[in-house]
Write a protein that binds this ligand. Structure first.
Ligand code: HEC
Ligand code: HEC
Ligand code: HEC
Ligand code: HEC
Ligand code: HEC
Length: 196
Protein backbone atom coordinates (compact mmCIF):
# COMPACT_ATOMS: atom_id res chain seq x y z
CA UNK A 1 0.00 0.00 0.00
CA UNK A 2 1.24 3.47 -0.90
CA UNK A 3 1.38 6.20 1.77
CA UNK A 4 -0.82 9.15 0.87
CA UNK A 5 1.20 12.29 0.24
CA UNK A 6 -0.64 14.30 2.87
CA UNK A 7 0.41 11.93 5.64
CA UNK A 8 4.03 12.19 4.50
CA UNK A 9 3.78 15.97 4.74
CA UNK A 10 2.02 15.67 8.07
CA UNK A 11 4.74 13.39 9.42
CA UNK A 12 7.41 15.77 8.20
CA UNK A 13 5.61 18.67 9.87
CA UNK A 14 5.43 16.83 13.16
CA UNK A 15 9.13 15.97 13.06
CA UNK A 16 10.06 19.57 12.24
CA UNK A 17 7.93 20.87 15.10
CA UNK A 18 9.52 18.38 17.52
CA UNK A 19 13.01 19.33 16.36
CA UNK A 20 12.17 22.99 16.83
CA UNK A 21 10.79 22.31 20.30
CA UNK A 22 13.69 20.20 21.55
CA UNK A 23 16.68 21.70 19.75
CA UNK A 24 15.91 25.25 18.70
CA UNK A 25 13.68 26.41 21.55
CA UNK A 26 16.24 25.87 24.37
CA UNK A 27 18.88 27.77 22.37
CA UNK A 28 16.51 30.64 21.72
CA UNK A 29 15.26 30.69 25.32
CA UNK A 30 18.65 30.99 27.00
CA UNK A 31 21.19 33.75 26.51
CA UNK A 32 24.77 32.57 27.04
CA UNK A 33 27.02 34.80 29.13
CA UNK A 34 30.73 34.33 29.80
CA UNK A 35 32.16 34.42 33.32
CA UNK A 36 34.95 37.01 33.96
CA UNK A 37 37.68 34.34 33.64
CA UNK A 38 38.24 30.63 33.94
CA UNK A 39 38.41 29.44 37.56
CA UNK A 40 39.54 25.83 38.04
CA UNK A 41 38.31 24.27 41.29
CA UNK A 42 40.33 21.16 40.49
CA UNK A 43 43.70 22.98 40.28
CA UNK A 44 43.10 24.52 43.70
CA UNK A 45 42.22 21.22 45.31
CA UNK A 46 45.41 19.68 43.85
CA UNK A 47 47.94 22.52 44.10
CA UNK A 48 46.91 25.20 46.57
CA UNK A 49 46.29 23.15 49.70
CA UNK A 50 42.77 24.63 49.89
CA UNK A 51 40.94 21.40 49.22
CA UNK A 52 38.26 22.01 51.85
CA UNK A 53 35.34 23.89 50.34
CA UNK A 54 35.03 25.73 53.63
CA UNK A 55 38.49 27.34 53.14
CA UNK A 56 36.95 29.56 50.48
CA UNK A 57 33.16 29.22 50.94
CA UNK A 58 33.23 29.93 54.64
CA UNK A 59 30.30 29.10 56.86
CA UNK A 60 30.67 31.09 60.06
CA UNK A 61 29.72 29.88 63.54
CA UNK A 62 26.65 32.13 63.38
CA UNK A 63 25.51 30.30 60.23
CA UNK A 64 26.42 33.20 57.91
CA UNK A 65 27.53 31.81 54.53
CA UNK A 66 30.23 33.82 52.72
CA UNK A 67 29.26 32.56 49.26
CA UNK A 68 31.86 33.17 46.56
CA UNK A 69 35.16 34.38 48.05
CA UNK A 70 36.20 38.02 47.75
CA UNK A 71 39.17 39.23 45.71
CA UNK A 72 41.15 39.86 48.89
CA UNK A 73 40.84 36.14 49.74
CA UNK A 74 42.53 35.32 46.44
CA UNK A 75 45.20 37.96 47.00
CA UNK A 76 46.82 35.99 49.84
CA UNK A 77 48.25 33.72 47.13
CA UNK A 78 47.76 35.75 43.94
CA UNK A 79 49.21 39.14 44.97
CA UNK A 80 51.48 38.63 41.95
CA UNK A 81 51.33 36.14 39.13
CA UNK A 82 52.77 32.78 40.05
CA UNK A 83 52.13 30.95 36.79
CA UNK A 84 51.72 31.77 33.11
CA UNK A 85 47.97 31.20 32.83
CA UNK A 86 45.98 33.95 31.04
CA UNK A 87 43.13 33.50 33.55
CA UNK A 88 45.46 34.18 36.46
CA UNK A 89 46.86 37.24 34.63
CA UNK A 90 43.29 38.63 34.39
CA UNK A 91 42.70 37.98 38.08
CA UNK A 92 45.92 39.70 39.15
CA UNK A 93 45.92 42.64 36.73
CA UNK A 94 42.20 43.47 36.56
CA UNK A 95 40.97 42.60 40.03
CA UNK A 96 43.66 42.06 42.70
CA UNK A 97 45.92 45.00 41.76
CA UNK A 98 42.97 47.34 41.22
CA UNK A 99 41.17 46.20 44.37
CA UNK A 100 37.99 45.32 42.46
CA UNK A 101 35.52 42.49 43.12
CA UNK A 102 35.15 39.85 40.44
CA UNK A 103 31.64 40.04 38.96
CA UNK A 104 30.90 36.30 39.10
CA UNK A 105 27.52 35.23 37.78
CA UNK A 106 25.93 32.91 40.34
CA UNK A 107 24.46 29.77 38.72
CA UNK A 108 22.21 28.90 41.64
CA UNK A 109 20.95 32.46 42.33
CA UNK A 110 17.30 32.41 43.46
CA UNK A 111 14.73 35.18 42.91
CA UNK A 112 15.01 37.98 45.47
CA UNK A 113 11.92 36.91 47.44
CA UNK A 114 13.38 33.48 48.27
CA UNK A 115 15.53 32.97 51.33
CA UNK A 116 17.86 30.07 51.73
CA UNK A 117 20.17 29.05 54.56
CA UNK A 118 23.22 26.86 53.89
CA UNK A 119 23.74 26.20 57.60
CA UNK A 120 20.36 24.47 57.98
CA UNK A 121 21.11 22.13 55.11
CA UNK A 122 24.81 21.35 55.51
CA UNK A 123 25.09 21.54 59.32
CA UNK A 124 21.72 20.41 60.64
CA UNK A 125 20.70 18.07 57.83
CA UNK A 126 24.28 16.96 57.01
CA UNK A 127 23.94 17.39 53.25
CA UNK A 128 26.90 17.62 50.91
CA UNK A 129 27.48 20.41 48.39
CA UNK A 130 27.07 17.83 45.64
CA UNK A 131 23.47 17.05 46.70
CA UNK A 132 22.38 20.44 45.36
CA UNK A 133 25.21 21.75 43.17
CA UNK A 134 26.30 18.60 41.36
CA UNK A 135 30.02 18.29 40.59
CA UNK A 136 30.70 22.01 40.13
CA UNK A 137 33.10 22.16 43.07
CA UNK A 138 35.44 19.61 41.45
CA UNK A 139 35.35 21.02 37.94
CA UNK A 140 38.28 22.17 35.86
CA UNK A 141 36.65 25.28 34.39
CA UNK A 142 33.58 27.47 34.85
CA UNK A 143 30.60 26.48 32.71
CA UNK A 144 28.93 29.11 30.53
CA UNK A 145 26.22 30.91 32.47
CA UNK A 146 22.85 30.64 30.77
CA UNK A 147 20.18 33.20 31.49
CA UNK A 148 16.50 32.61 30.76
CA UNK A 149 15.41 35.47 28.49
CA UNK A 150 11.85 35.44 29.85
CA UNK A 151 12.29 35.07 33.60
CA UNK A 152 15.82 36.51 33.79
CA UNK A 153 16.82 33.60 36.06
CA UNK A 154 19.80 31.32 35.70
CA UNK A 155 19.16 28.06 33.84
CA UNK A 156 20.19 26.17 36.96
CA UNK A 157 16.85 27.06 38.57
CA UNK A 158 14.83 25.13 36.01
CA UNK A 159 17.61 22.62 35.32
CA UNK A 160 19.07 21.45 32.04
CA UNK A 161 16.38 19.02 30.98
CA UNK A 162 13.66 21.12 29.36
CA UNK A 163 11.09 18.38 29.95
CA UNK A 164 12.46 17.77 33.48
CA UNK A 165 12.03 14.04 32.80
CA UNK A 166 15.73 13.23 32.73
CA UNK A 167 16.96 15.35 35.60
CA UNK A 168 20.31 14.46 37.14
CA UNK A 169 20.53 14.89 40.93
CA UNK A 170 21.45 18.47 41.84
CA UNK A 171 20.25 19.81 38.48
CA UNK A 172 17.48 22.35 39.00
CA UNK A 173 16.19 24.11 42.12
CA UNK A 174 12.62 25.14 41.50
CA UNK A 175 10.11 25.49 44.32
CA UNK A 176 8.89 21.94 43.61
CA UNK A 177 12.47 20.61 43.95
CA UNK A 178 12.86 22.17 47.40
CA UNK A 179 9.46 20.85 48.40
CA UNK A 180 9.95 17.32 47.04
CA UNK A 181 13.05 16.87 49.15
CA UNK A 182 11.32 18.38 52.17
CA UNK A 183 8.41 15.97 51.75
CA UNK A 184 10.84 13.02 51.70
CA UNK A 185 12.36 14.27 54.97
CA UNK A 186 9.04 15.23 56.58
CA UNK A 187 10.00 18.95 56.68
CA UNK A 188 7.29 21.62 56.46
CA UNK A 189 8.91 25.03 55.95
CA UNK A 190 5.68 26.97 55.24
CA UNK A 191 5.49 29.80 52.67
CA UNK A 192 7.26 32.21 55.00
CA UNK A 193 10.07 29.75 55.76
CA UNK A 194 11.22 30.09 52.15
CA UNK A 195 9.86 33.51 51.15
CA UNK A 196 10.16 37.02 52.50
C1 HEC B 1 40.35 28.60 46.19
C2 HEC B 1 39.00 28.94 46.61
C3 HEC B 1 37.88 27.94 46.38
C4 HEC B 1 37.77 26.67 46.90
C5 HEC B 1 38.79 25.88 47.78
C6 HEC B 1 36.45 26.17 46.51
N1 HEC B 1 35.81 27.12 45.75
FE1 HEC B 1 33.95 26.98 44.95
N2 HEC B 1 34.14 28.81 44.05
C7 HEC B 1 35.27 29.59 44.12
C8 HEC B 1 35.13 30.71 43.18
C9 HEC B 1 36.16 31.81 42.92
C10 HEC B 1 33.86 30.56 42.57
C11 HEC B 1 33.24 31.47 41.48
C12 HEC B 1 33.57 30.90 40.11
C13 HEC B 1 32.76 29.68 39.78
O1 HEC B 1 31.53 29.77 39.67
O2 HEC B 1 33.37 28.59 39.62
C14 HEC B 1 33.28 29.36 43.15
C15 HEC B 1 32.01 28.88 42.84
C16 HEC B 1 31.46 27.71 43.36
C17 HEC B 1 30.13 27.23 43.04
C18 HEC B 1 29.14 27.90 42.12
C19 HEC B 1 28.05 28.59 42.89
C20 HEC B 1 27.03 29.18 41.96
O3 HEC B 1 25.86 28.82 42.09
O4 HEC B 1 27.41 29.98 41.10
C21 HEC B 1 29.97 26.04 43.69
C22 HEC B 1 28.76 25.13 43.67
C23 HEC B 1 31.18 25.79 44.42
N3 HEC B 1 32.08 26.83 44.20
C24 HEC B 1 31.39 24.67 45.20
C25 HEC B 1 32.60 24.36 45.79
C26 HEC B 1 32.86 23.09 46.48
C27 HEC B 1 31.86 21.96 46.60
C28 HEC B 1 34.15 23.15 46.93
C29 HEC B 1 34.93 22.05 47.65
C30 HEC B 1 35.01 20.77 46.96
C31 HEC B 1 34.69 24.44 46.55
N4 HEC B 1 33.73 25.13 45.85
C32 HEC B 1 35.96 24.91 46.86
C33 HEC B 1 36.37 29.39 44.94
C34 HEC B 1 36.64 28.21 45.65
C1 HEC C 1 46.16 29.03 49.10
C2 HEC C 1 46.64 29.67 47.88
C3 HEC C 1 45.59 30.04 46.82
C4 HEC C 1 44.44 30.79 46.99
C5 HEC C 1 43.87 31.37 48.28
C6 HEC C 1 43.90 30.97 45.66
N1 HEC C 1 44.67 30.35 44.72
FE1 HEC C 1 44.40 30.37 42.70
N2 HEC C 1 46.02 29.17 42.45
C7 HEC C 1 46.84 28.71 43.46
C8 HEC C 1 47.86 27.83 42.89
C9 HEC C 1 48.98 27.11 43.68
C10 HEC C 1 47.62 27.79 41.50
C11 HEC C 1 48.39 27.02 40.44
C12 HEC C 1 49.48 27.90 39.89
C13 HEC C 1 50.14 27.25 38.71
O1 HEC C 1 50.58 26.12 38.84
O2 HEC C 1 50.16 27.88 37.64
C14 HEC C 1 46.47 28.66 41.25
C15 HEC C 1 45.96 28.92 39.99
C16 HEC C 1 44.92 29.80 39.73
C17 HEC C 1 44.46 30.19 38.41
C18 HEC C 1 45.06 29.75 37.08
C19 HEC C 1 44.60 28.36 36.76
C20 HEC C 1 44.78 27.95 35.32
O3 HEC C 1 45.18 26.82 35.12
O4 HEC C 1 44.47 28.74 34.42
C21 HEC C 1 43.39 31.04 38.59
C22 HEC C 1 42.56 31.69 37.51
C23 HEC C 1 43.20 31.18 40.01
N3 HEC C 1 44.15 30.44 40.67
C24 HEC C 1 42.20 31.94 40.59
C25 HEC C 1 42.00 32.08 41.95
C26 HEC C 1 40.91 32.87 42.53
C27 HEC C 1 39.83 33.59 41.75
C28 HEC C 1 41.07 32.80 43.88
C29 HEC C 1 40.21 33.44 44.94
C30 HEC C 1 38.83 33.00 44.96
C31 HEC C 1 42.24 31.96 44.15
N4 HEC C 1 42.78 31.56 42.96
C32 HEC C 1 42.73 31.68 45.41
C33 HEC C 1 46.73 29.01 44.81
C34 HEC C 1 45.73 29.76 45.39
C1 HEC D 1 19.99 22.05 49.97
C2 HEC D 1 20.69 22.50 48.79
C3 HEC D 1 22.10 23.10 48.91
C4 HEC D 1 23.22 22.56 49.51
C5 HEC D 1 23.33 21.22 50.26
C6 HEC D 1 24.31 23.48 49.26
N1 HEC D 1 23.86 24.56 48.54
FE1 HEC D 1 24.96 26.16 47.89
N2 HEC D 1 23.27 27.07 47.22
C7 HEC D 1 22.00 26.52 47.23
C8 HEC D 1 21.03 27.52 46.80
C9 HEC D 1 19.52 27.32 46.68
C10 HEC D 1 21.78 28.70 46.52
C11 HEC D 1 21.24 30.07 46.05
C12 HEC D 1 20.92 30.92 47.26
C13 HEC D 1 20.36 32.28 46.94
O1 HEC D 1 20.30 32.69 45.80
O2 HEC D 1 19.98 32.97 47.89
C14 HEC D 1 23.19 28.37 46.77
C15 HEC D 1 24.25 29.26 46.57
C16 HEC D 1 25.60 28.90 46.68
C17 HEC D 1 26.74 29.72 46.30
C18 HEC D 1 26.66 31.12 45.72
C19 HEC D 1 26.42 32.05 46.86
C20 HEC D 1 26.48 33.50 46.52
O3 HEC D 1 25.45 34.15 46.63
O4 HEC D 1 27.54 34.00 46.16
C21 HEC D 1 27.88 29.01 46.59
C22 HEC D 1 29.33 29.46 46.38
C23 HEC D 1 27.46 27.74 47.15
N3 HEC D 1 26.08 27.70 47.21
C24 HEC D 1 28.33 26.76 47.57
C25 HEC D 1 27.95 25.65 48.32
C26 HEC D 1 28.90 24.78 49.00
C27 HEC D 1 30.41 24.94 49.01
C28 HEC D 1 28.14 23.81 49.61
C29 HEC D 1 28.63 22.68 50.51
C30 HEC D 1 29.35 23.11 51.71
C31 HEC D 1 26.72 24.07 49.30
N4 HEC D 1 26.65 25.22 48.53
C32 HEC D 1 25.63 23.29 49.70
C33 HEC D 1 21.67 25.23 47.61
C34 HEC D 1 22.51 24.36 48.30
C1 HEC E 1 10.70 24.83 50.47
C2 HEC E 1 10.75 26.19 50.05
C3 HEC E 1 9.47 26.83 49.52
C4 HEC E 1 8.21 26.82 50.11
C5 HEC E 1 7.74 26.06 51.35
C6 HEC E 1 7.39 27.68 49.28
N1 HEC E 1 8.13 28.19 48.25
FE1 HEC E 1 7.44 29.41 46.74
N2 HEC E 1 9.24 29.33 45.81
C7 HEC E 1 10.35 28.69 46.31
C8 HEC E 1 11.45 28.89 45.38
C9 HEC E 1 12.86 28.33 45.56
C10 HEC E 1 10.95 29.67 44.30
C11 HEC E 1 11.74 30.19 43.09
C12 HEC E 1 11.97 29.12 42.06
C13 HEC E 1 10.74 28.88 41.25
O1 HEC E 1 10.25 29.83 40.63
O2 HEC E 1 10.25 27.73 41.27
C14 HEC E 1 9.56 29.93 44.60
C15 HEC E 1 8.68 30.67 43.80
C16 HEC E 1 7.40 31.04 44.16
C17 HEC E 1 6.54 31.90 43.38
C18 HEC E 1 6.90 32.51 42.04
C19 HEC E 1 6.21 31.76 40.94
C20 HEC E 1 6.97 30.62 40.45
O3 HEC E 1 6.53 29.45 40.61
O4 HEC E 1 8.05 30.83 39.89
C21 HEC E 1 5.38 32.05 44.06
C22 HEC E 1 4.15 32.86 43.67
C23 HEC E 1 5.51 31.27 45.30
N3 HEC E 1 6.75 30.67 45.31
C24 HEC E 1 4.53 31.18 46.27
C25 HEC E 1 4.56 30.32 47.36
C26 HEC E 1 3.46 30.12 48.32
C27 HEC E 1 2.12 30.83 48.26
C28 HEC E 1 3.90 29.19 49.22
C29 HEC E 1 3.11 28.55 50.39
C30 HEC E 1 1.94 27.80 49.99
C31 HEC E 1 5.27 28.83 48.86
N4 HEC E 1 5.63 29.54 47.73
C32 HEC E 1 6.06 27.94 49.57
C33 HEC E 1 10.44 27.96 47.48
C34 HEC E 1 9.39 27.69 48.35
C1 HEC F 1 18.06 17.55 49.03
C2 HEC F 1 17.06 17.91 50.03
C3 HEC F 1 16.68 19.36 50.24
C4 HEC F 1 16.55 20.33 49.29
C5 HEC F 1 16.76 20.21 47.77
C6 HEC F 1 16.14 21.53 49.98
N1 HEC F 1 16.03 21.29 51.33
FE1 HEC F 1 15.47 22.67 52.76
N2 HEC F 1 15.67 21.24 54.22
C7 HEC F 1 16.03 19.92 54.00
C8 HEC F 1 16.06 19.22 55.28
C9 HEC F 1 16.40 17.75 55.49
C10 HEC F 1 15.69 20.17 56.27
C11 HEC F 1 15.55 19.95 57.78
C12 HEC F 1 16.84 20.35 58.47
C13 HEC F 1 16.79 20.04 59.96
O1 HEC F 1 16.08 20.78 60.68
O2 HEC F 1 17.46 19.08 60.37
C14 HEC F 1 15.45 21.43 55.55
C15 HEC F 1 15.05 22.61 56.18
C16 HEC F 1 14.73 23.78 55.52
C17 HEC F 1 14.20 24.97 56.15
C18 HEC F 1 13.85 25.12 57.64
C19 HEC F 1 12.51 24.50 57.85
C20 HEC F 1 12.11 24.43 59.30
O3 HEC F 1 11.26 25.23 59.70
O4 HEC F 1 12.65 23.57 59.99
C21 HEC F 1 14.01 25.91 55.16
C22 HEC F 1 13.46 27.30 55.31
C23 HEC F 1 14.46 25.31 53.91
N3 HEC F 1 14.88 24.03 54.18
C24 HEC F 1 14.44 25.96 52.68
C25 HEC F 1 14.79 25.36 51.46
C26 HEC F 1 14.73 26.02 50.17
C27 HEC F 1 14.31 27.45 49.92
C28 HEC F 1 15.13 25.10 49.26
C29 HEC F 1 15.23 25.22 47.74
C30 HEC F 1 15.94 26.39 47.20
C31 HEC F 1 15.46 23.88 49.96
N4 HEC F 1 15.24 24.08 51.30
C32 HEC F 1 15.91 22.74 49.34
C33 HEC F 1 16.31 19.33 52.79
C34 HEC F 1 16.33 19.97 51.54
Amino acid sequence: MKMPRTSIFFGFGVLTALAAGWLVFPRALYERREQPFRFPHKTHAEKSGTSACNDCHTLGKDGEFAGIPKTKDCATCHADRMGSSPAEALLVDNYVKRGRETPWLVYSRQPANVRFSHAIHTRLAGMTCRDCHGAEGESDAVPVYEQNRISGYSRDIWGHSISRLRRAPGDGMKMSDCENCHRRHGVDAGCLGCHE
